[in-house]
Write a protein that binds this ligand. Structure first.
Ligand SMILES: [Zn+2]
Length: 146
């Protein structure tokens, strides 16, 4: 899967991955981003598309199918103030439905420190989502709901 129209030519994609691997963030978060960008995260929608018997709806807000972009960025339950402040600089992502396209747009708008922070916040959103799904009340109470 590749970007479907966020101005992501081959050079852009290569530059994006080079920039991502150079970020000062833990390797596990870089690998998480790679999985998310390639649509490999086991969201409910991905599992349902692979014939796993789950409801494709987001387990947090229960309002929308759980696309990767929804799970990590769009879900109204997971809207930490830090993420919203970061994305103030990213002004044209509303029509995008693929997570990779979203990241390419962010790559154009954010400097490497901001991009690194974005990756950490998105990783944390996935962690909180999983904690909720697996019934871990400690993690669900994190300040991500600030
Ligand atoms: Zn949701």
């Amino acid at each position: 899967m590749g970007p479907s129209g966020a101005g992501g030519g081959l050079n852009t994609i290569t530059a994006f991955w080079k920039a991502l691997w150079k970020l000062s963030i833990p390797v596990k978060i870089k690998l998480f981003m790679w999985r998310a960008c390639n649509n490999f995260l086991p969201t409910n929608l991905c599992l349902a598309n692979r014939k796993v018997p789950v409801n494709p709806i987001c387990p947090l807000c229960k309002c929308s199918e759980e696309l990767t972009l929804h799970a990590l960025r769009a879900c109204r339950i997971l809207k930490p103030a830090r993420l919203l402040r970061l994305l103030v600089k990213v002004t044209w992502y509303d029509g995008i439905s693929h997570f990779f396209d979203f990241m390419i747009v962010c790559f154009f708008h954010l400097n490497s420190m901001e991009l690194g922070l974005l990756c950490v916040v998105l990783w944390r959103n996935w962690y909180i989502r999983n904690a909720y799904v697996h019934g871990c009340p400690i993690a669900v109470g994190l300040d991500s709901f600030e």
